[in-house]
Design a protein around this ligand. Structure first.
Ligand code: ADP
Ligand code: MG
Length: 161
């Protein structure tokens, strides 16, 4: 587990942009954390890091948005889904198989419908309004070997604890 601290929305975007180049087609990043924790802000920075030129907006109502870039991005928000079945009906398996990096807001609520390997980024609000703690962990073997490289990329945000 890697623990990081950011001091502003732009700081979170900068951190996410550093992580993005370490991901590739087919990768899944689950964004966990309460409403307003910064999942969409993280996605904005991550998309920029992938080379997405257009503005990234919350997919809360559309459920899924796709962005073109050298490594294209799929951005999902599954908060409004009532049943796992809706995610399956949406064609999640095919979407994830589309050669994109997938960021899934609230993905921690639907892990039974997800592949076994993903990176989880959990954002937590703290006392200071503009600060966030980010806890990064790998689920499944695929990402665990890449944690060291990720850690190196985001070293300047590391919190000792
Ligand atoms: P979520 O998608 O998790 O519901 P959003 O990313 O839409 O949350 O919103 C996060 C809110 O928190 C934004 O209003 C943003 O400006 C604010 N914020 C304050 N500090 C931070 C920070 N360090 N990182 C990310 N967002 C922050
Ligand atoms: Mg959001």
């Amino acid at each position: 587990m890697i623990t990081l601290r950011t001091k502003s929305p732009d700081d979170t975007r900068a951190l996410a942009a550093e992580m993005a180049p370490l991901s590739g087609p087919g990768d899944i990043v689950v964004l966990a954390g309460d409403l307003g924790a910064g999942k969409t802000v993280f996605a904005q920075g991550f998309g920029k890091g992938l080379g997405v030129a257009e503005p990234i907006t919350s997919p809360t109502f559309t459920l899924v948005r796709a962005y073109e870039a050298p490594v294209p991005l799929l951005h999902l928000d599954v908060y409004r889904l009532d049943h796992l079945q809706e995610l399956i009906d949406l064609g999640l398996a095919e979407l994830l198989d589309s050669g994109r990096v997938a960021l899934i807001e609230w993905g921690d609520l639907v892990t039974p419908a997800l592949p076994a390997d993903f990176l989880e980024v959990r954002l937590e609000m703290v006392e200071a309004d503009d600060e966030r703690l980010l806890r990064i962990r790998s689920v499944g073997a695929e990402w665990s070997s890449r944690l060291t490289a990720i850690h190196r990329a985001v070293e300047r945000w590391t919190v000792e604890c």
